[in-house]
Design a protein around this ligand. Structure first.
Ligand code: PLP
Length: 405
């Protein structure tokens, strides 16, 4: 990867504790933002800002055009059939909650079942538990192997005549496991069951094609793919979005309102109550343009190389335990590890003191931690701007921490 592009990310030249060059390896939590994204948002605030979809005046129309052009950029990025299938939300969490709530309300009764996996982020567990509390649905869980891969044989056995939806992550934010979502969707569809795919950890790293995957819903967050916080996307097949009720009521999502009867707007606006974050949608579109300008395949190849290199180098460290799949084929740019008896929090804190940002803890996946029999891990996760030198810095810093213990 061209080292010049690191210059697009001003934050990467910061010094930590006025001493160490920042080594930012917490990209699965959020990525840094290139100038192109921040400048486009600033430019819109300075020169275009007006509420969208409502005004006849020049600025409002320009802001609306930008917002709708961003929707088209997202449509292209996911290869959705139509912009009617692209709903702007606040992020993956809101997208999943929308499906659990609206699909649940329309399509699920007491005793009906959702299938999740043992490696889900809390957002894809608790949303369904809220529905469980409201409507008495049941949650079934696909177990994983000790290497952190899904047990597809067990998955097939979970289907019965009460199964209504499957909701799975495409990539585990802890183990880096890349799940065979196409196969998962195929099996679900054989049972006439739709599938929601959580793309929070896949969209930043490799090409996603919702038509090829044939998933029914797909969620992702802008901030994990070099875009701003506070914006994300729910893709839904039109046939499903038409069948489920709105999530929230308010402006934008209606056609007519009276105290007796309200009619809802067309897709996707039916799901977009209130003023949307039209500045953030511009930021997300510029982030997608940025990724496109480098090329998703080039990003994937670079990150695979980094992950391979990091797995090799980390494995040289005595007492190192790496969680998740051994084979790179099934693994994305996320490495969770534990070194001997050193508590992950101590490791993370000391690495930070050496200028290295990693994440520690349960990573919003407590059920997975329980399955692994641990409280937490240290997690290093890579983005397009990371380098082999930064992996070397991580390895050297871990060795230094080891010496302290
Ligand atoms: N799903 C996965 C797999 C994640 O890794 C995350 C965030 O880390 C989320 C969902 C939630 O994303 P957000 O907080 O952007 O809504």
């Amino acid at each position: 990867m061209n080292s010049e592009l690191r210059k697009d990310f001003p934050i990467l030249s910061r010094k930590i504790y006025d001493k160490y060059p920042l080594v930012y390896l917490d990209n699965a939590a959020t990525t840094q933002k290139p100038r192109q994204v921040v400048e486009a948002m600033t430019e819109e605030y300075y020169n275009v800002n007006a509420n969208v979809h409502r005004g006849v005046h020049f600025l409002s129309q320009q802001a609306t055009d930008l917002h709708e052009a961003s929707r088209e950029t997202v449509r292209r990025f996911l290869n959705a059939r139509s912009t009617r299938e692209i709903v702007f939300t606040r992020g993956t969490t809101e997208s999943i909650n929308l499906v659990a709530s609206c699909f649940g309300q329309a399509m699920m009764k007491e005793g009906d079942e959702v299938i999740l996996t043992e490696m889900e982020h809390h957002s894809n567990i608790v949303s369904w538990q809220l529905l469980q509390a409201r409507q008495g649905i049941r949650i079934r869980v696909i177990p994983i192997t000790d290497d952190g891969e899904l047990r597809l044989d067990e998955y097939e056995r979970l289907f019965n005549d009460r199964t209504r939806i499957v909701s799975v992550t495409q990539v585990s934010n802890v183990l880096g496991t890349v799940n065979p979502v196409k196969e998962i969707v195929r099996i679900a569809h054989e049972h006439g069951v739709p599938v929601l795919v959580d793309g929070a950890q896949s969209t930043p790293h490799f090409r996603v094609d919702v038509q090829d995957m044939d998933c029914d819903f797909f969620a992702f967050s802008g901030h994990k793919i070099y875009g701003p916080t506070g914006i994300g996307v729910l893709y839904g097949k039109e046939e499903w979005l038409d069948r489920i009720p709105p999530y929230m009521g308010g402006g934008e999502m209606i056609k007519t309102v009276s105290f007796d009867h309200t009619t809802f707007n067309d897709l996707p606006y039916k799901f977009e109550a209130g003023t949307p974050d039209y500045i953030a949608s511009t930021g997300l579109a510029r982030a997608i343009d940025y990724v496109d300008s480098i090329g998703m395949d080039a990003i994937e190849a670079h990150e695979k190389d980094l992950t391979r290199y990091a797995m090799e180098r980390l494995s040289e460290i005595p007492d190192m335990h790496i969680y998740g799949p051994r084979t790179l084929e099934h693994r994305d740019a996320v490495i969770s590890f534990q070194v001997g008896q050193i508590h992950h929090l101590d490791m993370g804190t000391l690495l930070d003191r050496l200028g290295i940002a990693v994440r520690t803890g349960h990573h919003c996946a407590e059920p997975l931690m329980r399955r692994l029999g641990i409280e937490g891990t240290c997690r290093a996760s890579f983005a397009l701007y990371n380098t082999r030198e930064e992996v070397d810095a991580l390895v050297a810093a871990i060795q230094r921490v080891q010496q302290m213990f």
